[in-house]
Write a protein that binds this ligand. Structure first.
Ligand code: ZN
Length: 410
C-alpha cells in the first residue's frame, strides 16, 4: 500500500515535471512560477554562513548527550528556532530507562592502523572493509576534553527517565494526509561539541524547515522535520516515534476536519555526519587535514530492507537531484545503510540515509578521526567541510521540493 503511494508520488512527479505550468497545480491559481523552476529558487535560499551559524548555535550545548540538562536545553533551543521560522512544532514523549553505559578507558589517543589484506573483512550493514582501517572506539572519558569550559559544560552525567524530542510540519495543500519525513538526531556523545555528529545533520534539517516554511512557499504534500533524541544509545528516540505514531498514519483528526496528525509516510530521509570526507587513513594512522577534492555525499539504502527496491529508487532520485541542483560536490549511492534512525523505518516505508561517507565501509573503518571524540568541535572543520554539508542540504531540499510538489508564490 505504502509502496504504491510512493510509486504514485514518483509517477505524479514525472507528470508534474512534464507539465508546462507546474505552479497551476497548486490551488488552480495562475502560474505561480512564471520565471522558472521553484526548486532552484528554494535551493537559492540556502547559504553557507546560515548553515554554519546553525551548527555553531547547536554547539553551545556541548555534546548534547541524552538524559542531561544540556540535551534538554538543546531541544528547547531547536524548538524555538523552528517556531521562529514559522514551522509549527510538537513534541514526542517517551521514557529511556537504561542506566549510563559503563565508562570505557580508551579515548583513542594512539590509533593503530591496520592494513586490510586481500581477505574479505566484513563491516556493518553488509559492507566490506578495504585498505587502511583505524579503530572507532567512542570516547567515554569526560577528562579527554582539554578545554576546561567545555569540560564543565559536559560534566553532568545522564540519568534514566522521561525524554522529549521535537518535530515540526509543513502541511501540504493538496495532500495533507501524506508526508515525507526529513530527519537527523540532535543528541551526541564523546564530550566535545558533537558538531559533525550530528550538529551538521540537525542544522541541515533546521535549514530545510526554514526554507520550506517561507510564507510564499506551498507544497502539495506534507513534510515533517524531525530531530530525534537518543540516537546514540541505540536509535531509541526514532523507535519511540515509530511505535507511537505508525498506527496513526493517514487518520483524520475528526472526519471532515482536513487535519491529519500523522500523515501517511511516503519516505524517511535521515542526515547524520555531513562534513568530513578526507579519505582513507594513511598507514601511519594519520588522516589528511584537507577535505579531499573527490569528496561526495553518500546516500545509502539497505539491501535487506522490506522496501529496498523503493528505497533504491528514492536514493537515485536524490542523486539525480544532486546532479541538477548541488553546487560543488557530487553524490553516490550505496546499498549498506546501517546504524541510523532510518533503520527503524526501512521495513515500513522507503528509507534512506545521507552521510559524509558510507557508514560501514568508510566511517566504520575509522576515516573520521573526530567520530565520537572530544575533538568533534566546530573549530575542527573548514569551509570545505561545511560546504559538503551545504551540498547535502541542497540535495535533500531539491529532492523533497520535487517529491512534495513545492511552488513559490510571486
Ligand atoms: Zn550520528
Amino acid at each position: 500500500m505504502r509502496a504504491n503511494s510512493f510509486v504514485f508520488a514518483i509517477c505524479g512527479l514525472a507528470i508534474v515535471l512534464a507539465a508546462p505550468a507546474f505552479g497551476q497545480r497548486a490551488g488552480g491559481a495562475p502560474s505561480q512560477n512564471p520565471t522558472g523552476d521553484p526548486t532552484k529558487v528554494l535551493v537559492g535560499r540556502l547559504d553557507l554562513e546560515r548553515y554554519k551559524a546553525t551548527i555553531k548555535g547547536l554547539t553551545q550545548f556541548g555534546d548534547r548527550q541524552q538524559g542531561t540538562d544540556r540535551n534538554r536545553r538543546a531541544v528547547d533551543w531547536i524548538e524555538a528556532q523552528l517556531r521562529s521560522y514559522g514551522c509549527a512544532t510538537e513534541r514526542l514523549n517517551y521514557t529511556y530507562d537504561v542506566a549510563r553505559p559503563p565508562a570505557q578507558p580508551g579515548s583513542r589517543t594512539v590509533p593503530t592502523a591496520t592494513i586490510v589484506g586481500t581477505e574479505i573483512r566484513s563491516g556493518l550493514g553488509g559492507s566490506r572493509l578495504r585498505g587502511v582501517t583505524l579503530p572507532t572506539i567512542p570516547n567515554n572519558d569526560p577528562d579527554a576534553q582539554s578545554d576546561a569550559a567545555l569540560r564543565t559544560l559536559n560534566a553532568q552525567p545522564p540519568t534514566p527517565g522521561p525524554r522529549e524530542e521535537v518535530y515540526c510540519t509543513k502541511v501540504g495543500t493538496a495532500h495533507p494526509d501524506e508526508m515525507y519525513i526529513v530527519a537527523a538526531h540532535m543528541d551526541g556523545r564523546g564530550f566535545g561539541e558533537a558538531a559533525d555528529d550530528d550538529g551538521s545533520g540537525t542544522a541541515l534539517v533546521m535549514e530545510l524547515a526554514r526554507v520550506f516554511s517561507g510564507s510564499d512557499v506551498q507544497t502539495e504534500r506534507s513534510i515533517r522535520f524531525a530531530l530525534w533524541n537518543n540516537e546514540e544509545t541505540g536509535l531509541n528516540g526514532a523507535r519511540a516515534y515509530v511505535e507511537q505514531r505508525a498506527p496513526l498514519q493517514g487518520k483524520e483528526d475528526r472526519p471532515g476536519s482536513g487535519r491529519y496528525p500523522e500523515p501517511k509516510w511516503l519516505g524517511m530521509i535521515q542526515h547524520d555526519m555531513m562534513l568530513w570526507d578526507h579519505g582513507m587513513p594513511r598507514p601511519d594512522g594519520t588522516v589528511s587535514p584537507e577535505q579531499r577534492p573527490e569528496a561526495d555525499v553518500n546516500i545509502e539504502f539497505q539491501a535487506s530492507a522490506k522496501f529496498a527496491d523503493q528505497a533504491m529508487r528514492l536514493a537515485f532520485f536524490f542523486r539525480d537531484a544532486n546532479e541538477k541542483y548541488a553546487a560543488d560536490y557530487p553524490a553516490a549511492v550505496g546499498n549498506h545503510m546501517s546504524n541510523t534512525d532510518s533503520s527503524n523505518f526501512m521495513d515500513l516505508v522507503p528509507a534512506i540515509s545521507l552521510r559524509e561517507n558510507e557508514r560501514g565501509m568508510q566511517i566504520g573503518a575509522g576515516w573520521n578521526p573526530h567520530y565520537h571524540q572530544a575533538t568533534d568541535r566546530y573549530a575542527a572543520y573548514s569551509d570545505k567541510d561545511f560546504r559538503l554539508g551545504l551540498n547535502a542540504a541542497q540535495t535533500s531540499l531539491a529532492a523533497i521540493a520535487q517529491l512534495a510538489g513545492a511552488s513559490v508564490r510571486k
